[in-house]
Design a protein around this ligand. Sequence first.
Ligand code: NAI
Length: 540
Amino acid sequence: MPPAVHAAARALLSDPLTNKGTAFTEGERDRLNLHGPLPPHVGTLDSQIARRRRVLDGMADDFHRYAFLRELQDSNEVLFHALVHADLPRMLPLVYTPTVGAGCERFSEIWRKPRGLFLSYPNRERIDDILSDPALDRVKVIVVSDGERILGLGDQGAGGMGIPIGKLALYTACAGIHPAEVLPILLDVGTDNAGLRDDPLYVGWRNPRVRGQDYADFVERFVAAVAARWPNVLLQWEDFAGHNAHDLLGRYRDRLLSFNDDIQGTAATAVGTLLSAIARTGASLADQRIVLFGAGAAGSGVAELLVRALRAEGLDEAAARARIWAVDRDGLILSDTAKLTPSQARLAHDPAGVTGWARDADGAIGLAETVAAVKPTVLIGASGQPGTFTEAVIRTMAAGCARPVVFPLSNPVSRAEAHPADLLAWTGGRAIVGTGSPFGVAGVTQVNNVYIFPGVGLGAIAAGARTVTDGMFMAAARALGAMGGAGETLLPPIAQLRAVALRIAVVVAAAAVAEGVATVAADELTADRIATLMWTAAYA
Ligand code: NAI
Protein backbone atom coordinates (compact mmCIF):
# COMPACT_ATOMS: atom_id res chain seq x y z
CA MET A 1 0.00 0.00 0.00
CA PRO A 2 1.44 3.44 -0.83
CA PRO A 3 2.57 5.48 2.22
CA ALA A 4 -0.05 8.17 1.53
CA VAL A 5 -2.84 5.67 2.22
CA HIS A 6 -1.40 4.85 5.64
CA ALA A 7 -0.92 8.54 6.35
CA ALA A 8 -4.55 9.27 5.42
CA ALA A 9 -5.76 6.53 7.76
CA ARG A 10 -3.60 7.87 10.61
CA ALA A 11 -4.86 11.41 9.99
CA LEU A 12 -8.43 10.19 10.22
CA LEU A 13 -7.75 8.53 13.56
CA SER A 14 -5.84 11.43 15.03
CA ASP A 15 -8.34 14.16 14.11
CA PRO A 16 -10.92 14.35 16.93
CA LEU A 17 -13.55 15.55 14.44
CA THR A 18 -13.22 12.43 12.25
CA ASN A 19 -12.06 9.76 14.66
CA LYS A 20 -14.64 7.14 15.63
CA GLY A 21 -12.27 4.78 17.42
CA THR A 22 -13.63 1.26 17.66
CA ALA A 23 -16.95 2.44 16.17
CA PHE A 24 -15.55 2.49 12.62
CA THR A 25 -17.60 -0.20 10.83
CA GLU A 26 -16.09 -3.12 8.91
CA GLY A 27 -17.04 -1.36 5.68
CA GLU A 28 -15.31 1.86 6.75
CA ARG A 29 -12.26 -0.09 7.87
CA ASP A 30 -12.05 -1.76 4.43
CA ARG A 31 -12.58 1.47 2.53
CA LEU A 32 -10.36 3.69 4.66
CA ASN A 33 -7.61 1.16 5.37
CA LEU A 34 -8.18 1.19 9.10
CA HIS A 35 -7.57 -2.49 9.80
CA GLY A 36 -4.48 -2.81 11.91
CA PRO A 37 -4.46 0.44 13.88
CA LEU A 38 -7.82 -0.59 15.34
CA PRO A 39 -8.47 -3.76 17.37
CA PRO A 40 -10.86 -6.22 15.69
CA HIS A 41 -13.86 -5.43 17.92
CA VAL A 42 -16.41 -3.19 16.22
CA GLY A 43 -18.16 -1.08 18.86
CA THR A 44 -21.06 1.37 18.97
CA LEU A 45 -21.35 4.83 20.44
CA ASP A 46 -23.24 3.30 23.38
CA SER A 47 -20.56 0.70 24.07
CA GLN A 48 -17.90 3.42 23.86
CA ILE A 49 -19.84 5.54 26.36
CA ALA A 50 -20.10 2.55 28.71
CA ARG A 51 -16.32 2.00 28.50
CA ARG A 52 -15.55 5.64 29.35
CA ARG A 53 -18.07 5.64 32.20
CA ARG A 54 -16.32 2.68 33.75
CA VAL A 55 -13.01 4.56 33.60
CA LEU A 56 -14.60 7.66 35.19
CA ASP A 57 -16.17 5.56 37.95
CA GLY A 58 -12.81 4.10 38.84
CA MET A 59 -11.00 7.43 39.10
CA ALA A 60 -9.93 8.87 42.42
CA ASP A 61 -11.17 12.45 42.08
CA ASP A 62 -12.91 14.96 39.86
CA PHE A 63 -9.74 16.66 38.71
CA HIS A 64 -8.53 13.41 37.15
CA ARG A 65 -11.98 12.94 35.62
CA TYR A 66 -11.72 16.45 34.15
CA ALA A 67 -8.28 15.69 32.68
CA PHE A 68 -9.55 12.39 31.28
CA LEU A 69 -12.52 14.09 29.64
CA ARG A 70 -10.28 16.77 28.14
CA GLU A 71 -8.14 14.06 26.54
CA LEU A 72 -11.22 12.29 25.28
CA GLN A 73 -12.45 15.54 23.70
CA ASP A 74 -9.09 15.86 21.96
CA SER A 75 -9.26 12.35 20.57
CA ASN A 76 -12.95 11.83 19.67
CA GLU A 77 -15.37 14.77 19.80
CA VAL A 78 -18.53 12.80 19.01
CA LEU A 79 -17.86 10.37 21.84
CA PHE A 80 -16.98 13.17 24.27
CA HIS A 81 -20.17 15.08 23.51
CA ALA A 82 -22.36 11.98 23.51
CA LEU A 83 -20.99 11.09 26.93
CA VAL A 84 -21.62 14.61 28.26
CA HIS A 85 -25.07 14.79 26.71
CA ALA A 86 -26.11 11.41 28.10
CA ASP A 87 -25.70 12.59 31.70
CA LEU A 88 -25.57 16.39 31.96
CA PRO A 89 -26.07 16.54 35.75
CA ARG A 90 -23.00 14.39 36.33
CA MET A 91 -20.84 15.73 33.52
CA LEU A 92 -21.38 19.49 33.79
CA PRO A 93 -19.52 19.84 37.10
CA LEU A 94 -16.67 17.81 35.57
CA VAL A 95 -16.26 19.72 32.31
CA TYR A 96 -17.17 23.10 33.82
CA THR A 97 -17.60 24.63 37.29
CA PRO A 98 -16.39 23.75 39.81
CA THR A 99 -13.74 21.36 38.41
CA VAL A 100 -12.65 23.65 35.56
CA GLY A 101 -11.12 25.94 38.22
CA ALA A 102 -8.47 23.32 39.01
CA GLY A 103 -8.26 22.64 35.27
CA CYS A 104 -7.12 26.25 34.76
CA GLU A 105 -4.77 26.29 37.76
CA ARG A 106 -3.13 23.05 36.57
CA PHE A 107 -3.49 23.76 32.83
CA SER A 108 0.25 23.58 32.13
CA GLU A 109 0.56 20.31 34.01
CA ILE A 110 -2.13 18.57 31.95
CA TRP A 111 -1.24 20.18 28.63
CA ARG A 112 -1.38 17.46 25.96
CA LYS A 113 -2.71 18.57 22.59
CA PRO A 114 -3.54 21.89 20.98
CA ARG A 115 -7.17 23.02 21.15
CA GLY A 116 -8.29 26.46 20.05
CA LEU A 117 -5.85 29.32 19.53
CA PHE A 118 -3.31 31.04 21.74
CA LEU A 119 -2.80 34.55 20.41
CA SER A 120 0.21 35.80 22.31
CA TYR A 121 1.43 39.36 22.42
CA PRO A 122 4.80 38.57 20.81
CA ASN A 123 2.88 37.05 17.86
CA ARG A 124 0.63 40.08 17.40
CA GLU A 125 1.85 40.66 13.84
CA ARG A 126 0.79 37.11 12.93
CA ILE A 127 -2.84 37.13 14.07
CA ASP A 128 -4.28 37.32 10.54
CA ASP A 129 -2.05 34.43 9.44
CA ILE A 130 -3.04 32.31 12.42
CA LEU A 131 -6.76 32.90 11.81
CA SER A 132 -6.44 32.10 8.11
CA ASP A 133 -6.15 28.34 8.80
CA PRO A 134 -8.73 26.65 6.50
CA ALA A 135 -9.57 24.22 9.32
CA LEU A 136 -11.28 27.22 10.96
CA ASP A 137 -13.54 28.07 8.01
CA ARG A 138 -16.70 26.85 9.76
CA VAL A 139 -16.28 28.82 12.99
CA LYS A 140 -19.52 30.40 14.24
CA VAL A 141 -18.90 30.92 17.97
CA ILE A 142 -15.75 32.18 19.69
CA VAL A 143 -15.24 32.35 23.44
CA VAL A 144 -12.24 34.49 24.30
CA SER A 145 -10.47 35.28 27.58
CA ASP A 146 -7.23 36.95 28.58
CA GLY A 147 -7.12 34.81 31.71
CA GLU A 148 -6.94 37.73 34.15
CA ARG A 149 -9.97 36.97 36.36
CA ILE A 150 -10.68 33.27 36.15
CA LEU A 151 -13.76 32.45 38.27
CA GLY A 152 -12.79 33.71 41.74
CA LEU A 153 -9.21 32.42 41.22
CA GLY A 154 -7.61 35.57 39.87
CA ASP A 155 -4.93 35.72 37.18
CA GLN A 156 -4.31 32.30 35.62
CA GLY A 157 -2.51 33.57 32.51
CA ALA A 158 -2.54 31.07 29.66
CA GLY A 159 -4.19 28.53 31.97
CA GLY A 160 -7.34 30.61 31.62
CA MET A 161 -7.82 28.75 28.31
CA GLY A 162 -9.68 26.12 30.35
CA ILE A 163 -12.64 28.52 30.55
CA PRO A 164 -13.22 29.11 26.80
CA ILE A 165 -12.77 25.38 26.21
CA GLY A 166 -15.28 24.52 28.95
CA LYS A 167 -17.85 27.14 27.92
CA LEU A 168 -17.75 25.97 24.32
CA ALA A 169 -18.24 22.37 25.43
CA LEU A 170 -21.47 23.67 27.00
CA TYR A 171 -22.42 25.51 23.80
CA THR A 172 -22.26 22.17 22.04
CA ALA A 173 -23.89 20.17 24.85
CA CYS A 174 -26.78 22.59 25.46
CA ALA A 175 -27.24 24.60 22.25
CA GLY A 176 -26.05 21.96 19.79
CA ILE A 177 -23.40 24.13 18.14
CA HIS A 178 -21.26 21.70 16.11
CA PRO A 179 -17.74 21.15 17.53
CA ALA A 180 -16.17 22.27 14.22
CA GLU A 181 -18.02 25.59 14.58
CA VAL A 182 -16.64 26.61 17.97
CA LEU A 183 -13.27 28.22 18.66
CA PRO A 184 -11.74 28.85 22.10
CA ILE A 185 -9.19 31.69 22.10
CA LEU A 186 -6.78 32.82 24.78
CA LEU A 187 -5.24 36.25 24.40
CA ASP A 188 -1.89 35.74 26.09
CA VAL A 189 -0.76 39.19 27.15
CA GLY A 190 1.40 37.83 30.00
CA THR A 191 0.46 37.27 33.61
CA ASP A 192 0.91 39.15 36.84
CA ASN A 193 0.77 35.83 38.70
CA ALA A 194 4.45 35.58 39.68
CA GLY A 195 4.01 31.96 40.77
CA LEU A 196 3.06 31.03 37.22
CA ARG A 197 5.90 33.01 35.65
CA ASP A 198 8.35 31.20 37.93
CA ASP A 199 6.86 27.77 37.27
CA PRO A 200 9.15 25.90 34.85
CA LEU A 201 6.13 24.00 33.49
CA TYR A 202 4.12 27.15 32.65
CA VAL A 203 3.10 27.08 28.97
CA GLY A 204 2.22 30.77 28.63
CA TRP A 205 4.25 33.87 27.84
CA ARG A 206 6.47 34.64 30.86
CA ASN A 207 6.00 38.35 31.04
CA PRO A 208 4.08 40.77 33.26
CA ARG A 209 0.71 41.69 31.73
CA VAL A 210 0.75 44.16 28.88
CA ARG A 211 -1.52 47.01 29.90
CA GLY A 212 -2.75 50.43 28.82
CA GLN A 213 -2.61 51.49 25.19
CA ASP A 214 -0.51 48.47 24.17
CA TYR A 215 -3.22 46.15 25.53
CA ALA A 216 -5.98 48.16 23.83
CA ASP A 217 -4.07 48.08 20.52
CA PHE A 218 -3.58 44.32 20.80
CA VAL A 219 -7.28 43.66 21.43
CA GLU A 220 -8.17 46.04 18.60
CA ARG A 221 -5.90 44.10 16.27
CA PHE A 222 -7.59 40.87 17.40
CA VAL A 223 -11.12 42.20 16.91
CA ALA A 224 -10.30 43.58 13.46
CA ALA A 225 -8.82 40.23 12.42
CA VAL A 226 -11.84 38.30 13.71
CA ALA A 227 -14.30 40.65 12.01
CA ALA A 228 -12.44 40.31 8.71
CA ARG A 229 -12.18 36.51 8.91
CA TRP A 230 -15.71 35.73 10.18
CA PRO A 231 -17.98 38.78 9.69
CA ASN A 232 -20.99 37.03 11.30
CA VAL A 233 -19.26 35.22 14.16
CA LEU A 234 -20.69 35.41 17.68
CA LEU A 235 -17.99 36.30 20.20
CA GLN A 236 -18.34 35.86 23.96
CA TRP A 237 -15.98 37.86 26.20
CA GLU A 238 -15.18 35.72 29.21
CA ASP A 239 -13.41 36.22 32.54
CA PHE A 240 -11.74 39.52 31.80
CA ALA A 241 -10.95 41.65 34.87
CA GLY A 242 -13.72 44.11 35.77
CA HIS A 243 -12.18 47.26 34.23
CA ASN A 244 -11.44 45.56 30.90
CA ALA A 245 -14.74 43.66 30.90
CA HIS A 246 -16.80 46.87 30.82
CA ASP A 247 -14.43 48.72 28.45
CA LEU A 248 -14.26 45.95 25.87
CA LEU A 249 -17.99 45.34 25.92
CA GLY A 250 -18.70 49.05 25.46
CA ARG A 251 -16.12 49.42 22.70
CA TYR A 252 -17.00 46.36 20.65
CA ARG A 253 -20.61 45.31 21.21
CA ASP A 254 -21.81 47.26 18.18
CA ARG A 255 -18.83 46.37 15.97
CA LEU A 256 -18.91 42.63 16.51
CA LEU A 257 -21.82 40.37 17.41
CA SER A 258 -20.65 39.92 20.99
CA PHE A 259 -21.54 39.93 24.67
CA ASN A 260 -19.84 39.59 28.02
CA ASP A 261 -21.11 36.62 29.94
CA ASP A 262 -19.88 37.82 33.35
CA ILE A 263 -21.83 41.05 32.99
CA GLN A 264 -24.82 40.27 30.76
CA GLY A 265 -25.13 36.49 31.13
CA THR A 266 -24.95 36.73 34.93
CA ALA A 267 -27.48 39.53 34.88
CA ALA A 268 -30.02 37.54 32.85
CA THR A 269 -29.46 34.42 34.96
CA ALA A 270 -29.84 36.28 38.24
CA VAL A 271 -32.83 38.34 37.11
CA GLY A 272 -34.53 35.28 35.61
CA THR A 273 -34.03 33.35 38.84
CA LEU A 274 -35.27 36.35 40.82
CA LEU A 275 -38.43 36.55 38.70
CA SER A 276 -39.02 32.86 39.41
CA ALA A 277 -38.51 33.48 43.14
CA ILE A 278 -40.84 36.46 43.21
CA ALA A 279 -43.51 34.44 41.43
CA ARG A 280 -43.39 32.11 44.45
CA THR A 281 -44.05 34.99 46.83
CA GLY A 282 -46.99 36.30 44.81
CA ALA A 283 -45.62 39.87 44.78
CA SER A 284 -44.47 41.93 41.80
CA LEU A 285 -40.95 43.06 40.97
CA ALA A 286 -41.98 46.67 41.54
CA ASP A 287 -42.88 45.76 45.15
CA GLN A 288 -39.33 44.61 45.92
CA ARG A 289 -36.63 46.45 47.81
CA ILE A 290 -33.33 45.11 46.50
CA VAL A 291 -29.92 45.31 48.16
CA LEU A 292 -26.96 44.39 46.00
CA PHE A 293 -23.70 43.59 47.78
CA GLY A 294 -20.68 43.97 45.48
CA ALA A 295 -21.12 46.27 42.47
CA GLY A 296 -18.39 45.03 40.12
CA ALA A 297 -18.87 43.45 36.69
CA ALA A 298 -21.51 40.95 37.79
CA GLY A 299 -23.29 43.15 40.36
CA SER A 300 -23.61 46.21 38.13
CA GLY A 301 -24.81 44.03 35.24
CA VAL A 302 -27.53 42.60 37.47
CA ALA A 303 -28.51 46.09 38.61
CA GLU A 304 -28.85 47.46 35.08
CA LEU A 305 -31.02 44.56 33.92
CA LEU A 306 -33.16 44.96 37.05
CA VAL A 307 -33.65 48.63 36.18
CA ARG A 308 -34.80 47.57 32.74
CA ALA A 309 -37.21 45.01 34.20
CA LEU A 310 -38.60 47.56 36.68
CA ARG A 311 -39.09 50.09 33.90
CA ALA A 312 -41.05 47.49 31.99
CA GLU A 313 -43.39 47.37 35.01
CA GLY A 314 -44.17 51.05 34.50
CA LEU A 315 -41.62 52.72 36.80
CA ASP A 316 -39.65 55.64 35.45
CA GLU A 317 -35.86 55.52 35.47
CA ALA A 318 -35.48 57.32 38.81
CA ALA A 319 -38.15 55.23 40.53
CA ALA A 320 -36.57 52.04 39.19
CA ARG A 321 -33.11 53.01 40.43
CA ALA A 322 -34.59 53.99 43.79
CA ARG A 323 -35.60 50.34 44.33
CA ILE A 324 -31.95 49.19 44.26
CA TRP A 325 -29.35 49.93 46.91
CA ALA A 326 -25.80 48.92 45.99
CA VAL A 327 -23.20 48.36 48.70
CA ASP A 328 -19.55 48.02 47.72
CA ARG A 329 -16.28 47.95 49.68
CA ASP A 330 -16.76 51.51 51.00
CA GLY A 331 -20.37 50.93 51.99
CA LEU A 332 -23.63 52.11 50.43
CA ILE A 333 -22.87 53.73 47.09
CA LEU A 334 -23.77 57.41 47.29
CA SER A 335 -23.23 60.09 44.70
CA ASP A 336 -20.47 61.62 46.87
CA THR A 337 -18.65 58.29 47.37
CA ALA A 338 -15.04 58.57 46.18
CA LYS A 339 -13.67 56.66 43.19
CA LEU A 340 -16.87 55.27 41.75
CA THR A 341 -16.66 53.46 38.44
CA PRO A 342 -19.05 54.78 35.76
CA SER A 343 -21.33 51.76 36.27
CA GLN A 344 -21.34 52.29 40.05
CA ALA A 345 -22.09 55.99 39.63
CA ARG A 346 -25.33 55.05 37.86
CA LEU A 347 -26.39 53.17 41.01
CA ALA A 348 -25.58 55.94 43.49
CA HIS A 349 -28.25 57.26 45.86
CA ASP A 350 -28.51 60.87 47.01
CA PRO A 351 -26.68 61.37 50.35
CA ALA A 352 -29.55 63.66 51.42
CA GLY A 353 -31.82 60.63 51.54
CA VAL A 354 -29.73 58.75 54.11
CA THR A 355 -28.83 61.43 56.63
CA GLY A 356 -30.44 59.68 59.59
CA TRP A 357 -29.07 56.22 58.81
CA ALA A 358 -26.78 54.41 61.25
CA ARG A 359 -23.09 54.22 60.35
CA ASP A 360 -20.41 51.68 61.17
CA ALA A 361 -17.19 52.33 63.11
CA ASP A 362 -15.56 53.68 59.92
CA GLY A 363 -18.39 56.13 59.37
CA ALA A 364 -19.72 54.17 56.40
CA ILE A 365 -23.19 52.78 55.83
CA GLY A 366 -22.23 49.13 55.60
CA LEU A 367 -24.31 46.13 54.66
CA ALA A 368 -25.78 45.72 58.16
CA GLU A 369 -26.81 49.38 58.34
CA THR A 370 -28.23 49.30 54.81
CA VAL A 371 -30.28 46.18 55.51
CA ALA A 372 -31.58 47.67 58.77
CA ALA A 373 -32.68 50.87 57.03
CA VAL A 374 -33.91 49.50 53.69
CA LYS A 375 -35.65 46.36 55.01
CA PRO A 376 -34.92 44.57 51.75
CA THR A 377 -36.98 41.74 50.32
CA VAL A 378 -34.10 40.71 48.04
CA LEU A 379 -30.39 40.48 48.90
CA ILE A 380 -27.91 39.60 46.13
CA GLY A 381 -24.19 39.06 46.76
CA ALA A 382 -21.57 39.45 44.01
CA SER A 383 -18.68 40.61 46.18
CA GLY A 384 -16.41 37.56 46.37
CA GLN A 385 -16.33 38.15 50.16
CA PRO A 386 -17.13 34.97 52.11
CA GLY A 387 -19.22 35.09 55.27
CA THR A 388 -20.43 38.65 54.74
CA PHE A 389 -24.13 37.67 54.88
CA THR A 390 -23.88 37.21 58.64
CA GLU A 391 -26.53 35.77 60.93
CA ALA A 392 -27.29 39.28 62.23
CA VAL A 393 -27.77 40.68 58.72
CA ILE A 394 -30.00 37.81 57.65
CA ARG A 395 -32.09 37.84 60.83
CA THR A 396 -32.63 41.58 60.44
CA MET A 397 -33.74 41.05 56.85
CA ALA A 398 -36.01 38.11 57.77
CA ALA A 399 -37.69 40.18 60.46
CA GLY A 400 -38.93 42.55 57.76
CA CYS A 401 -40.36 40.15 55.19
CA ALA A 402 -42.10 36.78 55.01
CA ARG A 403 -40.01 35.18 52.25
CA PRO A 404 -36.60 36.82 52.02
CA VAL A 405 -34.92 36.14 48.69
CA VAL A 406 -31.17 35.69 49.25
CA PHE A 407 -28.70 34.96 46.43
CA PRO A 408 -25.05 34.65 47.55
CA LEU A 409 -23.71 34.41 43.99
CA SER A 410 -19.96 34.59 44.59
CA ASN A 411 -17.92 31.64 43.34
CA PRO A 412 -16.29 29.31 44.06
CA VAL A 413 -17.86 27.72 47.17
CA SER A 414 -15.10 29.21 49.37
CA ARG A 415 -16.12 32.74 48.27
CA ALA A 416 -19.87 32.55 48.84
CA GLU A 417 -21.31 35.33 51.03
CA ALA A 418 -23.07 32.65 53.13
CA HIS A 419 -23.64 28.92 53.26
CA PRO A 420 -27.19 28.21 52.03
CA ALA A 421 -27.87 25.83 54.93
CA ASP A 422 -27.17 28.72 57.35
CA LEU A 423 -29.49 31.03 55.42
CA LEU A 424 -32.29 28.50 55.74
CA ALA A 425 -31.54 27.90 59.44
CA TRP A 426 -31.41 31.61 60.33
CA THR A 427 -34.73 32.27 58.62
CA GLY A 428 -36.56 29.20 59.89
CA GLY A 429 -36.65 27.86 56.33
CA ARG A 430 -38.43 30.97 55.00
CA ALA A 431 -35.57 32.15 52.78
CA ILE A 432 -35.66 31.48 49.05
CA VAL A 433 -32.02 30.78 48.29
CA GLY A 434 -29.95 30.75 45.09
CA THR A 435 -26.17 30.27 45.07
CA GLY A 436 -23.51 30.75 42.40
CA SER A 437 -21.76 27.48 43.27
CA PRO A 438 -23.33 24.05 43.88
CA PHE A 439 -23.68 23.29 47.61
CA GLY A 440 -25.86 20.20 47.41
CA VAL A 441 -28.42 21.68 49.82
CA ALA A 442 -32.00 20.55 49.08
CA GLY A 443 -34.29 23.29 47.79
CA VAL A 444 -31.41 25.64 46.93
CA THR A 445 -31.13 26.75 43.29
CA GLN A 446 -27.81 26.98 41.50
CA VAL A 447 -27.81 30.29 39.65
CA ASN A 448 -25.50 29.21 36.83
CA ASN A 449 -24.98 31.17 33.59
CA VAL A 450 -25.29 27.93 31.65
CA TYR A 451 -29.05 28.55 31.81
CA ILE A 452 -28.62 31.62 29.62
CA PHE A 453 -25.55 31.90 27.40
CA PRO A 454 -26.02 28.83 25.14
CA GLY A 455 -29.58 29.90 24.30
CA VAL A 456 -28.61 33.54 23.78
CA GLY A 457 -25.83 32.46 21.43
CA LEU A 458 -28.07 30.07 19.51
CA GLY A 459 -30.87 32.62 19.23
CA ALA A 460 -28.49 35.36 18.02
CA ILE A 461 -27.00 33.05 15.38
CA ALA A 462 -30.39 31.74 14.25
CA ALA A 463 -31.69 35.28 13.83
CA GLY A 464 -28.53 36.40 12.04
CA ALA A 465 -28.45 39.19 14.61
CA ARG A 466 -26.18 42.16 13.92
CA THR A 467 -25.80 42.89 17.64
CA VAL A 468 -26.80 41.33 20.96
CA THR A 469 -29.08 43.86 22.61
CA ASP A 470 -30.04 44.28 26.26
CA GLY A 471 -33.60 43.54 25.15
CA MET A 472 -32.48 40.09 24.01
CA PHE A 473 -31.03 39.44 27.47
CA MET A 474 -34.22 40.72 29.08
CA ALA A 475 -36.26 38.33 26.95
CA ALA A 476 -33.94 35.49 27.98
CA ALA A 477 -34.31 36.38 31.67
CA ARG A 478 -38.10 36.50 31.45
CA ALA A 479 -38.26 33.17 29.64
CA LEU A 480 -35.99 31.58 32.23
CA GLY A 481 -38.05 33.02 35.08
CA ALA A 482 -41.23 31.66 33.55
CA MET A 483 -39.86 28.12 33.33
CA GLY A 484 -39.78 27.64 37.08
CA GLY A 485 -38.31 24.58 38.71
CA ALA A 486 -39.21 21.37 40.45
CA GLY A 487 -40.20 21.53 44.14
CA GLU A 488 -38.50 24.39 45.97
CA THR A 489 -35.91 25.04 43.27
CA LEU A 490 -36.39 28.04 41.02
CA LEU A 491 -34.95 26.79 37.72
CA PRO A 492 -35.42 23.66 35.62
CA PRO A 493 -33.14 20.70 36.35
CA ILE A 494 -29.74 20.55 34.61
CA ALA A 495 -30.91 17.46 32.69
CA GLN A 496 -33.29 19.77 30.77
CA LEU A 497 -30.65 22.27 29.66
CA ARG A 498 -31.06 21.49 25.97
CA ALA A 499 -34.77 22.28 26.11
CA VAL A 500 -33.95 25.40 28.14
CA ALA A 501 -31.44 26.57 25.52
CA LEU A 502 -33.96 26.06 22.72
CA ARG A 503 -36.67 28.00 24.56
CA ILE A 504 -34.25 30.84 25.32
CA ALA A 505 -33.04 30.84 21.70
CA VAL A 506 -36.61 31.21 20.43
CA VAL A 507 -37.37 34.25 22.60
CA VAL A 508 -33.95 35.80 21.97
CA ALA A 509 -34.42 35.44 18.20
CA ALA A 510 -37.91 36.97 18.50
CA ALA A 511 -36.47 39.86 20.51
CA ALA A 512 -33.80 40.38 17.82
CA VAL A 513 -36.58 40.64 15.22
CA ALA A 514 -38.63 42.98 17.43
CA GLU A 515 -35.63 45.25 18.01
CA GLY A 516 -34.77 45.38 14.32
CA VAL A 517 -31.35 43.72 14.59
CA ALA A 518 -32.26 40.39 12.94
CA THR A 519 -31.45 39.55 9.33
CA VAL A 520 -33.65 36.45 9.27
CA ALA A 521 -37.44 36.76 9.01
CA ALA A 522 -39.63 35.93 12.02
CA ASP A 523 -41.37 33.02 10.31
CA GLU A 524 -37.98 31.32 9.92
CA LEU A 525 -37.42 31.46 13.66
CA THR A 526 -39.95 29.00 15.07
CA ALA A 527 -38.86 26.48 17.70
CA ASP A 528 -39.00 23.71 15.08
CA ARG A 529 -36.75 25.62 12.71
CA ILE A 530 -34.23 26.55 15.39
CA ALA A 531 -34.20 22.96 16.67
CA THR A 532 -32.99 21.82 13.25
CA LEU A 533 -29.85 23.94 13.78
CA MET A 534 -28.93 21.95 16.90
CA TRP A 535 -26.36 19.21 16.38
CA THR A 536 -26.68 16.01 18.37
CA ALA A 537 -23.58 13.92 18.96
CA ALA A 538 -23.77 10.89 16.62
CA TYR A 539 -21.43 9.37 14.07
CA ALA A 540 -22.10 10.46 10.50
P1 NAI B 1 -15.53 42.18 40.33
O1 NAI B 1 -14.17 42.15 40.90
O2 NAI B 1 -15.80 42.94 39.09
O3 NAI B 1 -16.58 42.73 41.46
C1 NAI B 1 -16.49 42.48 42.82
C2 NAI B 1 -17.03 43.71 43.53
O4 NAI B 1 -17.09 43.43 44.93
C3 NAI B 1 -16.12 44.93 43.35
O5 NAI B 1 -16.89 46.06 43.01
C4 NAI B 1 -15.49 45.07 44.72
O6 NAI B 1 -15.12 46.42 45.03
C5 NAI B 1 -16.59 44.54 45.62
N1 NAI B 1 -16.10 44.20 46.94
C6 NAI B 1 -14.91 43.71 47.29
N2 NAI B 1 -14.83 43.60 48.64
C7 NAI B 1 -16.00 44.02 49.13
C8 NAI B 1 -16.51 44.15 50.44
N3 NAI B 1 -15.79 43.80 51.51
N4 NAI B 1 -17.76 44.63 50.59
C9 NAI B 1 -18.51 44.98 49.50
N5 NAI B 1 -18.06 44.89 48.24
C10 NAI B 1 -16.83 44.41 48.06
O7 NAI B 1 -15.95 40.65 40.16
P2 NAI B 1 -17.25 40.06 39.42
O8 NAI B 1 -16.88 39.59 38.07
O9 NAI B 1 -18.37 41.02 39.55
O10 NAI B 1 -17.54 38.78 40.31
C11 NAI B 1 -17.93 38.91 41.68
C12 NAI B 1 -18.28 37.55 42.21
O11 NAI B 1 -19.45 37.09 41.57
C13 NAI B 1 -17.19 36.49 41.98
O12 NAI B 1 -17.01 35.70 43.14
C14 NAI B 1 -17.74 35.66 40.86
O13 NAI B 1 -17.31 34.32 40.95
C15 NAI B 1 -19.23 35.77 41.10
N6 NAI B 1 -20.00 35.53 39.87
C16 NAI B 1 -21.03 34.63 39.93
C17 NAI B 1 -21.74 34.31 38.81
C18 NAI B 1 -22.89 33.36 38.93
O14 NAI B 1 -23.18 32.87 39.95
N7 NAI B 1 -23.63 33.05 37.93
C19 NAI B 1 -21.38 34.87 37.49
C20 NAI B 1 -20.34 35.88 37.54
C21 NAI B 1 -19.66 36.17 38.70
